[in-house]
Design a protein around this ligand. Structure first.
Ligand code: 3BY
Ligand code: FES
Length: 424
């Protein structure tokens, strides 16, 4: 037996990012600098986060005109706002006078946007309405807040900071929309929202989400979630065969329910080779099959949208680079990751329930949030442990298992997109 005692011959830190990308070994995790180097973090911000569509908020967070959330991404701050015509707008949080930040809070509500410095005042559509002591020749129409590309799709809000956003986004959303529309997320309210500062690079947070190889670390999740992500009937290990049998039955029931309700059913998986990589799978749930709760029972008495069946599994959508979504008959839980620095990320989790659902009557917050709070906490530990490990000089990329295909697809997508951006 040979025991490898030495560090890898090539020092990764001395290679350029382009070289590191070019020598990435498919089927293996990334080299250490991708998880820790501040220069690569800077490239990630510019080449990934400023160049792609990002899921940043839900329409439920902006029920009334003037409601806003601010999105902080490295040096950029973006205001996402409900305008007076009930549309969703996004602007750079930068005054057109001398550049002051306009809004400081993560969310709130305003009549107009008034700069705290010299009180230039903008409408909810971004137009400059008032600026004191200006000559009559001032062209106010040229001094609107600078817009940011924004799309509201079935109640989910995406922004893109690129001058020319990836052009495949609308086509992807057209394909996803028939699956999301029945849940009517525009008619929901925020029951709960939690931010976690993950002690890990944003890619470690995403990679962890993209596999269930570690799912025995999630006992609460496994009361409802079938830990079969990435398995087929052929490679399902013996210990999971009883689970597989339950899964097959639940999947057949779900297919029948979709057919009865006239909803689409096919899985879609185009994670790697397009700018807006995505995966959508309407998966059955274990136990009672309805929701994320101890026995798979519903956790909210009011169903979402036009769903006519409590036992309607989990419509889950994964989007590159920063989000995933679980839509159940009785609630939705949506996740957005934003990078903070090379080794820290913010994970925001938002629980949505039907707009008229009443806490304490239709749902109880502790039950609604139990499974994903527990799962998020467990995942944070996995992410932080991995961050510490990949910072160790002994770390070398390791091979993905057969059930980590979506991690490999995420990493492949990242390598493709950053390579394309660097050679633009
Ligand atoms: O949240 C998710 O979609 C993933 C899929 C596998 C593990 N994790 C629960
Ligand atoms: Fe905003 Fe002067 S910087 S009004």
């Amino acid at each position: 037996m040979t025991i490898e005692l030495t560090r890898p011959a090539t020092d990764a830190a001395s290679a350029t990012t382009a070289e590191l990308l070019a020598r990435h070994r498919p089927g293996y995790s990334l080299e250490a600098p991708f998880y820790s180097d501040p220069q690569i973090f800077d490239l990630d911000v510019r080449g990934i986060f400023e160049a792609h569509w990002l899921f940043v908020a839900t329409e439920a967070e902006l029920p009334e005109p003037g409601d806003y959330v601010t999105v902080e991404l490295d040096r950029s701050s973006v205001i996402v706002m409900r305008d007076d015509d009930e549309g969703v707008r996004a602007f750079h949080n930068v005054c057109r006078h001398r550049g002051s930040r306009l809004l400081d809070d993560p969310c709130g509500s305003v009549g107009n946007l008034v700069c705290p410095y010299h009180h230039w005042t903008y409408g909810t559509d971004g137009r400059l309405l008032h600026a004191d002591n200006q000559p009559p020749t001032l062209d106010r129409s040229a001094l609107s807040l600078r817009p940011v590309h924004v799309r509201a799709v079935a109640g989910l809000i995406f922004i893109c900071l690129a001058t020319e956003p990836p052009s495949d986004f609308d086509a992807v959303m057209d394909r996803v929309l028939p699956y999301l529309a029945p849940y009517e997320l525009t008619r929901t309210k925020v029951a709960h929202q939690v931010d976690i500062v993950e002690e890990g690079n944003w890619k470690l947070v995403m990679e962890n989400n993209r596999e269930c190889y570690h799912c025995d670390g999630h006992p609460e999740l496994l009361t409802a979630y079938f830990p079969l992500h990435g398995y087929t009937a052929d490679d399902c290990p013996p210990r999971l065969r009883p689970v597989w049998a339950r899964y097959e039955q639940a999947r057949a029931d779900l297919t029948a329910s979709c057919a009865r309700q006239g909803f689409p059913r096919e899985r879609m998986r185009e994670l790697e080779n397009r700018p807006t990589g995505f995966m959508l799978d309407h998966a059955p749930l274990d136990g009672a099959g309805s929701s994320y709760s101890a026995g798979g029972e519903v956790v909210c008495r009011r169903r979402l949208g036009v769903i006519a069946d409590d036992r309607f599994g989990d419509l889950h959508l994964h989007l590159q680079p920063n989000s995933w979504f679980h839509l159940l008959s009785d609630h939705a839980v949506v996740f957005s990751v934003l990078p903070l620095d090379a080794t820290h990320s913010r994970l925001r989790t938002t629980w949505l329930v039907e707009a008229d659902a009443v806490e304490g009557v239709d749902y109880d917050l502790a039950s609604l949030t139990h499974v994903w709070n527990a799962t998020n906490t467990q995942d944070s530990v996995f992410v932080a442990r991995t961050q510490r490990g990949v910072l160790d000089p002994a770390y070398v990329p390791g091979p993905y298992s057969e059930v980590e295909g979506d991690v490999e697809a995420f990493v492949g997508w990242y390598v493709n997109r950053l390579t394309a951006w660097l050679s633009r």
